[in-house]
Ligand binder design. Structure first.
Ligand SMILES: Cc1ncc(COP(=O)(O)O)c(C=O)c1O
Length: 385
């Protein structure tokens, strides 16, 4: 391509894509690509799901935007449906993951009443790119160029309860954690660790903030990943899959503590608009009616089983880790060349954290699509190993 007018923050690869359907994308020359990482974990129903396309066009004709001092039907309905699937909470809508994180951090400040304000975060975590969420992120490479950041975050080692305790003091107000670190290279939180962490939060009146921006909405075979751990968070953060491609995020704050957020303390101009909330409602319905959670369980077993077979075959694979359809293939080599080779062979996956290949297919992915993806991936491994 000739000169680009875009700010150079993204490394872009491959052709110009012009359309998508289900787990496939097409480029401008008509070539078909299998997308096993649709929308960076966003397009959980695949591309252009017919029911999502239908509600977008119906709602766009009726009402797209309404300011938050006026009422429409879909915010309340969506909040109710989210609460029904999780715990008694009050819901705030925004537009992106980082805004959800910012909301939780601001809420923590209120909760701490100026006496407690430190938040324990995890090494290798990722919570977003705006200043508070970046400050909460446990990865130096994203933070270093922007220092000084927001203070009062302490990084504990993930899956290490002693490290959590060491970072606690009388100023600590909460803990923010991803149950499966996504951008950090697919690291799954251990069950005992989370139980200890949960009890510790309860004993010390710490807000337990679970960042479900990547793990929520069926990704792990349950509505929310925390439900796999037998815990009850104080706050969960949702985004990515919630609009299945349309920008929306939600913060669910335990009902009995949510009242400290008063009118005027927080807001979002676009947050919870009729179009976004109507789409998200339809996403929840589709997940239910198309038995997507069951599909995640079945396809997860199948995909992990096949990948364990790959591990036997290719010595370059160090470990397969993940849950549901959030899968990391950890390599002994750099993963980016694997991503590039797969792209040349018309398979889209993701390379993250230097040596991890991340596979996060649409939650309605079919067995034959996984087979096709693994056939291409095998060719990639044969080429590079
Ligand atoms: C766990 C987690 N939290 C927060 C974010 C930030 O979301 P956004 O890019 O929508 O601001 C991401 C994005 O990848 C994420 O994976």
């Amino acid at each position: 391509m000739n000169k680009s007018y875009l700010l150079g923050v993204y490394k872009k690869e491959g052709p110009l894509f012009i359309k998508g359907k289900g787990s496939f994308l097409w480029d401008e020359e008509g070539n078909k690509y299998l997308d096993l990482f649709p929308g960076w974990g966003v397009s959980i129903l695949g591309h252009t799901h017919s029911r999502i396309v239908k509600v977008i066009s119906e709602q766009a004709k009726k009402l797209i935007h309404l300011p938050n001092n006026l009422k429409h039907r879909y915010q309340e309905l969506l909040a109710g449906e989210l609460v029904k699937r999780s715990y008694k909470a009050k819901v705030f809508f925004a537009n992106s993951g980082t805004e959800a994180v910012e909301t939780a951090i601001k809420f923590s400040r209120l909760y701490g009443k100026g006496e407690r304000f430190e938040i324990i975060t995890m090494k290798n975590s990722f919570h977003g790119r705006t200043f508070a969420s970046l400050s909460a992120t446990g990865q130096k490479k994203y933070k270093a160029p922007f220092r000084p950041l927001l203070p009062k975050f302490r990084e504990a080692k993930f899956n290490d309860f002693e490290s959590l305790k060491k970072n606690f003091n009388k100023k600590t107000v909460g803990v923010i954690i991803e149950l499966i670190q996504g951008e950090g290279g697919i690291n799954v939180a251990e069950s005992d660790y989370i139980k200890d962490l949960y009890n510790f939060c309860k004993e010390n009146d710490l807000l337990l903030i679970i960042d479900e921006i990547q793990t929520g909405l069926g990704r792990t075979g349950k509505w929310f990943c925390y439900q796999r751990y037998g815990i009850k968070p104080d706050i969960i953060l949702l985004s990515k899959g919630l609009g299945a491609g349309f920008p929306i995020s939600a913060v669910l704050i335990r009902e009995d503590i949510a009242g400290i957020m008063k009118p005027g303390l927080h807001a979002s101009t676009f947050g919870g608009n009729p179009l976004a909330t109507r789409i998200a409602l339809e996403v929840l319905k589709v997940i239910e009616e198309e038995k997507i959670l069951l599909n995640v369980k079945k396809m997860s077993e199948y995909l992990f089983g096949r990948l364990f077979g790959f591990k036997e075959k290719f010595k370059a694979i160090k470990k397969i880790e993940g849950m549901g359809l959030m899968v990391g293939v950890k390599l002994k080599k750099e993963s980016y060349p694997f991503f590039l080779s797969a792209l040349r062979k018309r398979l889209i996956i993701n390379a993250t954290h230097k040596n991890v290949l991340r596979i996060m297919p649409a939650l309605n992915v079919k067995k034959e699509e996984i087979d096709l993806g693994l056939k291409i991936l095998e060719e990639v491994f044969k080429e590079l190993c």
